[in-house]
Design a protein around this ligand. Structure first.
Ligand code: SAH
Ligand code: SF4
Length: 420
C-alpha cells in the first residue's frame, strides 16, 4: 500500500517538536513595519529608536526566519528579554507532517487560541517540481461557501486566519524544508531569493481568501516585500470562487496573480457547483476579470476547471469555455476531480480530459492538466484535517489506518498552479 512508503514523522517526540507558540502573548509575526514600531512603542521603546529596532526585528523575523529571540544577536540582551516577556515569535505546533514518495509534503499545523476561542488546525501542502516549489496555503478554517464538489465546503467556517497564521504557514514550511539562511550567515548579509525551495505560493488551501481580504493582504504584502521573505508577486496566486466586489482590489492592492474557480460555463450549472454564482453570475465575474489591474499576455488570469464526469466535461462545454474567455488573457487549468468519501461526483476519464484539453489548446490556450500529486498522503486540501480528526478519535488504531489507506489511494492533488 502506498502508505508503507510514506514517511510520517513522529512529532510527539520532544526532540522533533519546535517551540510552541504561547497562548497569552501577542505574536510579532504578521506585523508590518508600522505594526512592529507600534509593538515596540507599547513596551516603552522611544520613538526615535523605533525605526531602527523595527528594521532589526523585520530582518530577523522575515529574512532570517528565526523563532527564538536569543538568536537576534545585534539586539541588546535587555531588549531581547523585554521582547520575550511581552511577545511571541514561536511557530505553530506541528500536529502532523507527511512526506510523499514524490516529495510532496503536507502539514497539519495547530495554532493556539488568541484571546477567547479554541486552538485551530490548518493544513498546508508543499509540491516540489522541476525548478520550483509551490506552497498551497490556507486562508480560513473551513469555508462559508458550499461548492458541491469541494470537501472543505462540507466543513463549517470556524474562523478567518489571522495574518500571522497565514504567514506562519509559509515560514514553518520553510523551516521544515531548510529554506531559511543558516544561523552562521553573518548579520546583514544579503540573502538571495533565487534557488529557494518555496518559490511559489498559491492561496488554494482551505477557505475563500477574498472573504478574509485584510489578513490575506497583510500576509501577502509581507511575503512579497523585497526586503523580507521576498517572494515574487508573479509567483503568488490567489484563487477565488468569484467574490466579484473584491477582485479589482486584489489586483490594485496586492498586485498578485489571479485564479478563478470557474468549473462551469453556464449560470445554471455554476449555480449548483459554485453557489456564489447566484450572487455574482458569470457575466459579472468575467467583466471583473477583464478589468483586473495589470492584466496582459505576460500576466494572465488562470481559470480553474475541475473535471467532473458527465457534468461539465463535454466537447460542447470546452467550446463554450473558449467562447466565454474570448478577449481575456487566460490560462486554463484542468483539474482532475479529487474524489472524497461521500462526494456525489466522479472524475472524468483521462480520455475525456484529453479531448477537452485538445479543444482548448486548439483555441490557443495553454491548458496543462494537473497531475495527481501526493496520492499516498491525501495531499488534497481539506482532507488531512478530517483524516487526522478521525484518527485521533479512535486513538490511531489499526482499523483507522486501514481506512486512511483506502482514502489515500483515491487522493489526488491540485498541484503547482501559479506562474508558468
Ligand atoms: N476558495 C478558493 C480557494 C481554495 S479551493 C476557491 O474556491 O478558488 C482551490 C481550488 O481547488 C479551487 O479551484 C477549487 O474549486 C478546487 N477544488 C476544491 N475541491 C476540489 C476537489 N475535490 N477536486 C479538485 N479540485 C478541487
Ligand atoms: Fe470554499 Fe473554495 Fe471549497 Fe468553494 S471550492 S467551498 S470557495 S474552499
Amino acid at each position: 500500500m502506498a502508505f508503507d512508503m510514506t514517511l510520517t514523522l513522529d512529532l510527539t517526540h520532544p526532540a522533533t517538536r519546535p517551540p510552541v507558540a504561547s497562548v497569552d502573548k501577542p505574536p510579532l509575526i504578521g506585523l508590518d513595519r508600522a505594526g512592529l514600531k507600534e509593538a515596540l512603542g507599547s513596551i516603552g521603546i522611544e520613538t526615535r529608536q523605533q525605526n531602527m529596532r523595527a528594521g532589526q526585528l523585520w530582518h530577523w523575523l522575515y529574512v532570517r526566519g528565526i523563532s527564538d529571540f536569543d538568536a537576534m544577536v545585534n539586539v541588546s540582551k535587555d531588549l531581547r528579554a523585554e521582547l520575550k516577556r511581552h511577545f511571541s515569535i514561536a511557530r505553530p505546533d506541528i500536529v502532523e507532517e507527511q512526506i510523499s514518495q514524490d516529495g510532496t509534503r503536507k502539514w497539519l499545523f495547530r495554532f493556539p487560541p488568541r484571546g477567547a476561542g479554541r486552538p485551530v488546525e490548518v493544513e498546508t501542502v508543499y509540491i516540489p517540481e522541476e525548478g520550483r516549489g509551490t506552497l498551497c496555503v490556507s486562508s480560513q478554517v473551513g469555508c462559508t461557501l458550499t461548492c458541491s464538489f469541494c470537501h472543505t465546503g462540507t466543513q463549517k467556517l470556524v474562523r478567518n486566519l489571522t495574518a500571522e497564521e497565514i504567514l506562519a504557514q509559509i515560514m514553518t514550511a520553510r523551516d521544515r524544508l531548510g529554506d531559511f539562511p543558516g544561523a552562521d550567515t553573518p548579520v546583514g548579509a544579503i540573502v538571495p531569493s533565487e534557488g529557494r525551495k518555496v518559490s511559489n505560493i498559491v492561496m488554494m488551501g482551505m477557505g475563500e481568501p477574498l472573504y478574509n481580504f485584510d489578513n490575506v493582504k497583510q500576509a501577502l504584502l509581507i511575503a512579497t516585500d523585497g526586503d523580507g521573505l521576498s517572494l515574487s508577486k508573479r509567483r503568488v496566486t490567489l484563487s477565488t470562487s468569484g467574490v466579484v466586489p473584491e477582485i479589482h482590489r486584489t489586483g490594485a492592492e496586492m498586485n498578485v496573480m489571479l485564479a478563478i474557480s470557474l468549473h462551469a460555463v453556464t449560470d445554471e450549472l455554476r449555480d449548483v457547483l459554485v453557489p456564489i454564482n447566484k450572487k455574482y453570475p458569470l457575466k459579472d465575474l468575467l467583466d471583473a476579470c477583464r478589468a483586473y489591474p495589470g492584466l496582459s499576455n505576460a500576466r494572465r488570469i488562470t481559470f480553474e476547471y475541475v473535471m467532473l464526469k458527465g457534468v461539465n466535461d463535454s466537447p460542447a462545454d470546452a467550446r463554450q469555455l473558449v467562447r466565454l474567455l474570448k478577449g481575456i488573457p487566460a490560462k486554463i487549468n484542468l483539474i482532475p476531480f479529487n474524489k472524497w468519501p461521500g462526494a456525489g461526483y466522479e472524475c472524468s476519464s483521462w480520455e475525456t480530459i484529453e479531448t477537452f484539453a485538445d479543444i482548448v489548446n486548439h483555441a490557443g490556450y495553454a491548458s496543462p492538466i494537473r497531475t495527481p500529486r501526493g496520492r499516498d498522503i491525501l495531499a488534497a486540501c481539506g482532507q488531512l484535517k478530517s483524516a487526522s480528526e478521525r484518527m485521533r478519535k479512535t486513538d490511531r488504531d489499526a482499523l483507522e489506518a486501514q481506512r486512511l489507506d483506502e482514502m489515500a489511494l483515491q487522493a489526488m492533488m491540485i498541484a503547482g498552479h501559479g506562474e508558468a
